[in-house]
Design a protein around this ligand. Sequence first.
Ligand code: PLP
Length: 286
Amino acid sequence: MSFDLDLSGGPCAVIDRAALRHNLSVVRSTAPQSKVMAVVKANAYGHGIVQVAQALIAADAFGVARLKEAVALREAGIGQPIVLLEGVFTHQELDVAARLNLETVVHSFPQLAALESWRGARRLSVWCKVDTGMNRLGFRMDEFPLAWSRLNACVSVLPQPRVMTHLAVADERDNTHTPQQVARFATLTNGLNVERSMGNSAGLVAWPDARVEWVRPGLMLYGMSPFAEQVAADLNLQPAMTLVTQLIALRELRVGEEVGYGATWRAPRVAGGGPGRRRHHSFLNH
Ligand SMILES: *Cc1c(COP(=O)(O)O)cnc(C)c1O
């Protein structure tokens, strides 16, 4: 026998579409020359991929990690360019990408070989990812010329593939690693006359040289500061998610009384005012 369990009234994450749009406008004014690939991977960082994409329909493209996220967007009627940031690995996935008119990242030789041996119904728009120092995904600098010429010769790839890289420590404003990555990317791409993409949220805010033809913000669209030393409001960002629930109890404690499992928190003072209140406030701002 089945029964319906009424779970309404529990905690609820409320998503503010106006905040999402406001944050996109902050990206636009920070990088006015760049096109914006709004990163909506991981269910739009937990905010709901379809609703977020609908709210951010003014973005120039959407970036997702997985094929099934792109499928969900297309099924919801999103017609924007969608970029598969992880790329694909099999002919079957390439067929789906072609059918849904997706763009795909090629970051490794196995992916390149899969493209070269594939004969699809239509050619794909491709981003070639180069590793300028994050050492996670992408062709190494010395592999890039070969990968680039093979991509350009590949019959399944549309002309003028684009080039991207990813910054490892863009959130550290005094770290020399980022200018090194930016310089390597410039050296590699300056003669190419193609569209490029480099900066995530931290990159596009903190490093003007990372604002090339495309920027790829994630965090800041959702109203999060990518920097440890600045909260969202410092960057004029608005939190897109608010948790709403019902308080089920309020208690007053005497100074020195402990709370909960392990008794790890001890009341330092009587309620109201003081430093405890401020700490609570900054938590909300993050
Ligand atoms: C997640 C991701 C981004 C967005 O990064 P944020 O720090 O959230 O702005 C950009 N590019 C790639 C390749 C990513 O994987």
